[in-house]
Design a protein around this ligand. Structure first.
Ligand SMILES: CC(=O)N[C@H]1[C@@H](OP(=O)(O)OP(=O)(O)OC[C@H]2O[C@@H](n3ccc(=O)[nH]c3=O)[C@H](O)[C@@H]2O)O[C@H](CO)[C@@H](O)[C@@H]1O
Ligand SMILES: C=C(OP(=O)(O)O)C(=O)O
Length: 420
């Protein structure tokens, strides 16, 4: 599964170029099947989840090329409504193919999706929304089998602003007769990016990023090649910010939309990090030990993202004082805690609350990445720790971080990847 070997206690200095957003690229790739045409997509990150999604498209008859951040995809050859089960079970975003394939073919057969194991991840809101739009869905031998019966736009009130449910409903609703309004949708920048992509394809979607999304169902007449550039990854940027906050550093983060990043930077500013913008680049300077932030609660956008909770906890592990972190989005997203404790972190969890009492120093250890962001948190902790750490199971980390070793080396980290 591979490991990272990290020698800690070096300062970080230099430039990091942020890649395309994992959570924007994946649903956009899924939505290329809605209509059979060619797509030229820029800023597609070179990460394991993207490779899996591209393999799914290929297995279903599409042609795919991905090199140097650019993906050229032709979905005219799609020849099945069965989504390959093994790959679906590997990644979370595969479930977004449900709405997309139903839109294209009227049928779908798909397994329950995979992704990080961070607690219960039901898809009841996806299914409820699709059923309301006229899809019959049954479960057969562990697979979801869907068939479009009487498709018609309608009003859908989401009980929770689920990112995946919002995306699935959008992808099915764009091409059915009538108007669909999603109330209480997810407001993440990745949803706005999906809206912008769909509009570039000729669909009619508005309101993403606000309290309701309006979709006027239509089939675009123009089927020319769609060219689109995916937004940059605010969580990747936040991860480098988190690393910089844990040690003496001055790093320049390029290619990031500052407005998407604000809910993350504001918390690190509260911790005493100096963050400023110059000519579109974000500069982070940290001279010494940061301060604990009294209370941080993860929330749907524009709140502090759950996908930054583990990395933030790694920063707080050596901050001056006690911080309280509450994870409200997922019910079991603290698998990194016992691993951080092996490095000397003083963390206590009570249900969804973690109390982090900052220590002066962390120590090297051999630890396991249990999920993507928890794994990134261990990298951050190891970079600031005394001695040489080994992080195993880095498959989880490579699911979502492009050229992680190279980008960290570029800013002075002493890190290598080994096969075992
Ligand atoms: C590929 C991708 O984009 N993944 C992101 C997406 O995951 P994902 O789309 O899975 O996250 P959701 O927003 O759907 O889930 C948030 C919460 O809603 C609950 N829920 C969700 C759907 C549903 O039908 N029923 C239900 O109860 C989940 O159990 C969870 O507690 O958004 C999460 C929340 O920002 C991020 O952490 C993930 O990185
Ligand atoms: C939880 C995450 O990913 P996924 O939803 O793909 O498992 C994440 O990106 O932090």
């Amino acid at each position: 599964m591979g490991s990272f070997i990290i020698e800690g206690r070096n300062s970080l200095e230099g430039i990091v170029d942020i890649g395309g957003s994992k959570n924007a690229a994946l649903p956009i790739l899924a939505s290329t099947v809605i209509s059979g045409r060619e797509y030229l997509l820029e800023n597609i990150p070179d990460i394991e989840d993207v490779k899996d999604m591209l393999e799914i498209l290929q297995d279903m008859g599409c042609t795919v090329q991905h090199d140097n951040g650019v993906a050229l995809i032709d979905t005219r050859g799609l020849n099945t409504s069965q989504v390959p089960e093994k790959l679906v079970r590997k990644i979370r975003s595969s479930i977004i193919l449900m709405g997309a394939v139903l839109q294209r073919t009227g049928n779908v057969e798909i397994a329950y999706p995979g992704g990080c194991e961070i607690g219960l991840r039901p898809i009841d809101l996806h299914l409820k929304g699709l059923r309301k739009l006229g899809v019959e869905i049954i479960e057969k031998s562990g697979l979801l089998v869907g068939k479009v019966t009487e498709p018609s736009g309608c009003e859908i009130q989401l009980d929770y602003p689920s990112v995946g449910a919002t995306e699935n409903i959008m992808l099915f609703a764009v091409g059915i007769p009538g108007k669909t309004v999603i109330y209480n949708p997810a407001k993440e920048p990745e949803i706005v990016d999906l809206q912008n992509f769909l509009n570039t394809c000729g669909y009619s979607v508005s309101g993403a990023g606000t309290g309701s999304i309006i979709i006027e169902g239509k089939k675009p007449e123009n089927t020319d090649t769609v060219e689109y550039k995916i937004i940059s990854d605010r969580i990747e940027a936040g991860t480098y910010l988190s690393a910089a906050s844990s040690m003496k550093s001055k790093i320049y983060i390029r290619n990031i939309e500052k407005s998407h990043f604000k809910s993350i930077t504001s918390i690190y500013e509260d911790a005493g990090c100096e963050i400023r913008e110059t000519h579109g680049t974000i500069v982070i300077s940290n001279q010494g030990r940061i301060k604990a932030v009294e209370k941080v609660t993860t929330q749907p956008y524009p709140g502090f993202p759950t996908d930054m909770q583990a990395q933030f906890m790694a920063s707080m592990a050596t901050a001056d004082g006690i911080s309280i972190i509450e994870e409200t989005v997922f019910d079991s997203r603290y698998k990194h805690v016992p691993e951080l404790q092996k490095m000397g972190a003083n963390i206590t969890t009570i249900g969804r609350v973690a109390v982090v009492e900052g220590v002066h120093k962390l120590y090297s250890a051999e630890v396991e990445a249990k999920d993507l962001r928890g794994g990134a948190a261990l990298v951050i902790a190891a970079l600031g720790a005394e001695g040489t750490s080994k992080i195993n199971n880095i498959y989880h980390i490579n699911r979502g971080y492009e050229k992680f070793v190279q980008k960290l080396q570029n800013i002075g980290a002493v890190i290598t990847e080994t096969k075992n």
